[in-house]
Design a protein around this ligand. Structure first.
Ligand SMILES: [Zn+2]
Length: 263
């Protein structure tokens, strides 16, 4: 079984498939053991294919329903609209760091190993999103941009959007030098909650930074939930680029089910 982390509150949201994989349950060999979802990190493509197949079988869906993108630490968003056609492989390669859909039975996937994955859903408007926020995406405010796009395209009110933050590197481990931190400080005035200075270094709390961005766009605090685990500290559970350099990627996913569909 592929290990999938979930949230007790999100479990109650109807017609939703979502979760965050850990490193366990696939067939990849070290240093990608075991469930690596990414074809672009040097792992054996056959192993990744087997992992993905197992994943779709476990969820009871087809691989053709699963969409991941080439992530580039930018802030471009791929929208999969129910009125349009599904993206082809060329679209998926263009470079995106978030996906939004109002289409049922389309699984949006974001791959991470330290960066913060965010899943979003507006049950009222039947819209879902998956977001990749590393420090660059966080600097660019990608989570805020996704909230704005959900509102512009599908009239989602930020008050109705539920957000679940997945496992990421924590403020215990996410160390930065002066130049990056200065950029953050210049762009975000209220950074005191999520930039910490300790033993001559700076540490970024990427989870809190994104939470503050969401609050600033009108998402209520009670709508923001979090699986607060540090991918870098917890070697037994997660991949971490900071810790291992060459390693696998977790798959963080969300899908709107057609109403009355089986889970
Ligand atoms: Zn840590």
């Amino acid at each position: 079984m592929i290990e999938i982390l979930q949230d007790s509150h999100w479990e109650k949201i109807p017609n939703l498939v979502y979760g965050f994989t850990t490193r366990w349950g696939g067939v990849s060999s070290p240093p990608y053991e075991e469930f690596n979802g990414s074809l672009s990190v040097g792992d054996d493509p056959l192993a990744v294919e087997t992992n993905r197949k197992r994943f779709s079988e476990q969820l009871g869906i087809s691989l053709s329903q699963c969409f991941t993108v080439r992530q580039v630490h930018g802030n471009d968003i791929l929208v999969i609209d129910k009125e349009g056609s599904l993206p082809d492989s060329k679209d998926l390669q263009k470079g995106h760091d978030a996906l939004i859909t109002n289409r049922v039975e389309v699984l949006l996937g974001i791959q991470t190993a330290d960066c913060l994955p965010l899943l979003m859903v507006d049950v009222e408007k039947n819209v879902a999103a998956a977001v990749h926020a590393g420090w660059k995406g966080t600097y660019l405010g990608i989570a805020m941009k996704v909230i704005a796009e959900m509102s512009r395209l599908y009239q989602s009110s930020p008050r109705e959007v539920q957000v679940l933050l997945g496992p990421s590197i924590g403020r215990c481990c996410y160390q930065f030098g002066d130049p990056e931190i200065q950029e953050f400080k210049e762009r975000y005035l209220h950074h005191a909650r999520w930039i910490e200075s300790r033993s001559g270094s700076y540490f970024l709390d990427i989870r809190e930074a994104n939470r503050c961005q969401l609050l600033s766009r009108g998402v209520p605090a009670e709508n923001i939930r979090s699986i607060t685990r540090c991918t870098c500290c917890e070697r037994e559970e997660f991949f971490s680029v900071r810790r291992e350099e060459t390693t696998g990627r977790h798959l963080n996913f969300i899908m709107l089910r057609s109403k009355g569909g089986l889970r």
